[in-house]
Design a binder for this molecule. Sequence first.
Ligand code: EPZ
Length: 432
Amino acid sequence: MEQYIIKGGQPLVGEVSISGYKNAALGIIAAAVMTDETVKIENVPDIGDIDILLQALVDIGAKVDRINRNTIKINASKISTVDVDFDYVRKIRASYYLLGALLGKYKSSKVALPGGCNIGSRPIDQHIKGFEALGAKVKIEHGMICAETENLAGAHIYFDCSSVGATINVMLAACLAEGQTILENSSKEPHVVDVANFLNSMGANIKGAGTDVIRIKGVPKLHGSEYSIIPDQIEAGTFMFAAAATKGNILIKNVIPKHLEAFTAKLLEIGAQVEEFDDAVRVKADKRLGNTHVKTLVYPGFLTDMQPQMTTLLAISKGTSIVTESIFENRFKYVDELTRMGASIKVEGNTAIIEGVEKLTGASVTAPDLRGGVALVMAGLMAEGYTIVENIEFIERGYERFEHKMQQLGALIAKVDSTDMKAIKKFKLKVS
Ligand code: EPZ
């Protein structure tokens, strides 16, 4: 089993380039099956989740060509089935975007019901509400969601809660429905906008993405397109916080600063320095940072996917901080691991009360999920001594060439096999 070994205490210095947005790419790749023409997508992050979704497309008969590490071509003219196997959905929830895409194009789709995951129960009632409003019959049997209809007709849909997944999934199906669909209480996240822009580049007629009312005029068919995915705001935020956590100085390139505003505001509030450029931000810190209170919200609020990184940064700040997780019900699992590194954090329900400590000390920790895992790497970079992070496949599902990008910034981190004592010894010799 592979793991990261980290020697902490090294400030991160230098430049790093951000990859394409995982959560936009997943929706865009699913949308690519909605045309029989070829689609070329650039700035696709080279990560595990994307590989799994591309394999699911191949499995239902689409042709997928990887032009290079970050560019793919998809042609879905020969799709032979609308059934997406449980194996894919079990591995990544976002395979469920194929439900909306295949329902839109073939008026029928069958996708395994995604389970919960480590951060919460993850219901999909709002997705189903949207599909039924468009005229689909949706039933759940043998663990599969089956949706079908004679034809899809536009509808006025009011989501009961702001859901990125439901907004994207229903938007996919509505693109090829007859007439106008209005989605109210839609998610405004940048990746929702990116999927809408991609669909419009294929000939869809979507207006209002990025606001909480999206209007879609159904079109008879979609055509091929060439598209480049926006930068990953969570990867960018993660490197911003890692710079501050290690008292470093990093230029983070290929970003959209507007998407990072909530993270920038919090970093400035606790005493870090942030300088914005057209498509880059520089983050530096040269002293112990202060405390703050954060509540995770839907965009443009402080995003839940940055909550573990925020809590970890505050673990060594001066004073008491409070982080409230308002989106998912179980997203503090990484805190037990931080406690093993000397953090003083008390979790009560969906709130973490953080007493800042002078320092963390290295330990062996286990990543509970993607963002909790990357927060533990951050903790290892901040800590005195050596840290081993296990279950790193979570991290590699969402961060392209993660340890390479960190090494380029001077981080003392290596990926080793947990049984390879020689490699661990070699690393310790090299960094001591
Ligand atoms: C997306 O998940 C992201 N995943 C998550 O990122 C992210 O944390 C989340 O949005 C919130 O921003 C992808 O884009 C692949 P939601 P999603 O539907 O779409 C409730 C990461 O680390 N809800 O916006 O599943 C739900 O329980 C991942 O990259 C319903 O009640 O999130 C939650 O409390 C983790 N019914 C809230 O809405 C529904 O039908 C937000 O969920 C759907 C959601």
